[in-house]
Design a protein around this ligand. Sequence first.
Ligand SMILES: C[S@@+](CC[C@H](N)C(=O)[O-])C[C@H]1O[C@@H](n2cnc3c(N)ncnc32)[C@H](O)[C@@H]1O
Length: 321
Amino acid sequence: MVFSLVSSAEEHQGRRSMAMKGSLLDFLQGWMLIPWRIFIEVYTNLYRPSISKDEGEHVPDMDASDTTVDEREMRHWTKLAETWWDPEGEFALLRGFNTTRIPFIIKTYQRLLPKQSADFSDFDYPLKGLKVIDVGCGAGLVSEPLVELGADVTAVDMVPEIIQIAKTHWTQTHKGARGPEYPEYLCEPVEELAKSREGYYDMALCLEVLDHVGNLPPFVEHCCKFVRKGGCAIFSTFNRTTAALLLGIIGAEHLLRIVPMDTHHFHKFVKPSELTEMISSHGLRTVSVHGSFPLNPFARRPKWVDIGYTGVTYVLVATRD
Ligand SMILES: C[S@@+](CC[C@H](N)C(=O)[O-])C[C@H]1O[C@@H](n2cnc3c(N)ncnc32)[C@H](O)[C@@H]1O
């Protein structure tokens, strides 16, 4: 019974299943599964290993091994790989997020990084001189615009199919176009990459990834290692609150159908205080936390706005002093 309900939810993957587009049955299934989904998310969260010292032992999330990869997540993202750059596809919400996150990355660079390493007079390439690593880059929704703005980008993801789509998309869309370099796309675990790139980057980005990894504390530790002294990191993710469960999972996946079913799991969400505690033990200091929210979630590619409320999704900025 349990498994048939879960697998009927999984069958929704790989399609943009907005309520208006799906069949009536599809639509009703989404609604009928809501009580079950709430039960399973709350239940799993109750038995989630603690990720905060306040709640007991500081033990790794998910499994006992050191890998930061969650195999179930890898299968999920592989199924969706083809749809990354489809304008009608599953990632419209994330693409819409670029309306706030790209300007935010530029502002953070100009505000936090020492002026001597930046050339702010180049208006065409405001990120010229910035060495950035985009961890969990997907097919390059953020990496591509950053390169177009002049940054030197390393983009890493653990799904080989997605990395291949990212490379192909860049090649097809940038033949002879502007952009001084191309992203260095890698399919390599952060725990390996951090060995050779420790302290190499001005900025580490970890956008919408934390709730998809297998072992959160070591993953965060390795992301922090990439940041040089004086550099910064930007993390964006879901908060672990009732509002995030209702809006981010039930609202977005079951009611509005704007996020593929089974993408997010409540027990993997992380509170800003927990993230702050994790990064501080690896030398990063949180300098700001703010919320962001889609202005009109029904829009094909919704515009996101910055808000003070961090209870659903939030963006945390940290520096290595
Ligand atoms: C929601 S997508 C975010 C994509 C991109 N950061 C963005 O915001 O447009 C999550 C991505 O994290 C990747 N991911 C999950 N676990 C990972 C890991 N341990 N190391 C690197 N990437 C991982 C997935 O393959 C997927 O592409």
